[in-house]
Design a protein around this ligand. Structure first.
Ligand code: SF4
Ligand code: SF4
Length: 128
């Protein structure tokens, strides 16, 4: 299960992900993180059965946590199979099938947004 975590980093705050790993014993896979001196956003993956435990633990430390049920949204009716999204995606979410139609494996997506900017037909959008 993927979780999007937003948190502030006030003076003296402990690193939230490390703290939750220590408190819960759950191994957290960090797929993407943007952190500066005042705030942070991280996309993490945790086992489905431990999702609620991790979510509650992070919320108790002041984070805002959203469960992400979907990766990038691909609108097939708008897509012209140009392939521009294939080269910019860092996770190889997009491929062509045998008929040169775009295939999208949204489960691999880390919601970085790069493909949205690259698509000339606005066929891609974030599920947020
Ligand atoms: S949002 Fe990023 S990871 Fe997801 S499909 Fe687009 S480029 Fe790939
Ligand atoms: S960039 Fe847009 S139009 Fe081109 S293949 Fe990807 S989703 Fe389709």
């Amino acid at each position: 299960m993927k979780l999007l975590v937003n948190f502030s980093r006030g003076k003296g705050r402990k690193p939230i992900i490390a703290q939750v790993v220590r408190d819960t014993g759950v191994l957290i896979n960090v797929e993407r993180a943007l952190i500066d001196s005042s705030e942070g956003e991280a996309l993490i993956e945790v086992p489905d059965e431990q999702c609620q435990l991790v979510r509650d633990s992070m919320a108790n430390l002041g984070a805002i946590v959203r469960i992400l049920d979907h990766g990038i949204r691909h609108d097939e009716s708008e897509c012209v199979d140009c392939g521009a999204c294939i080269s910019v995606c860092p996770r190889e979410v997009f491929t062509f099938d045998d008929a040169w139609k775009l295939r999208c494996e949204e489960g691999k997506c880390i919601l970085c947004g790069k493909c949205i900017e690259a698509c000339p037909h606005r066929a891609l959008s974030l599920p947020l």
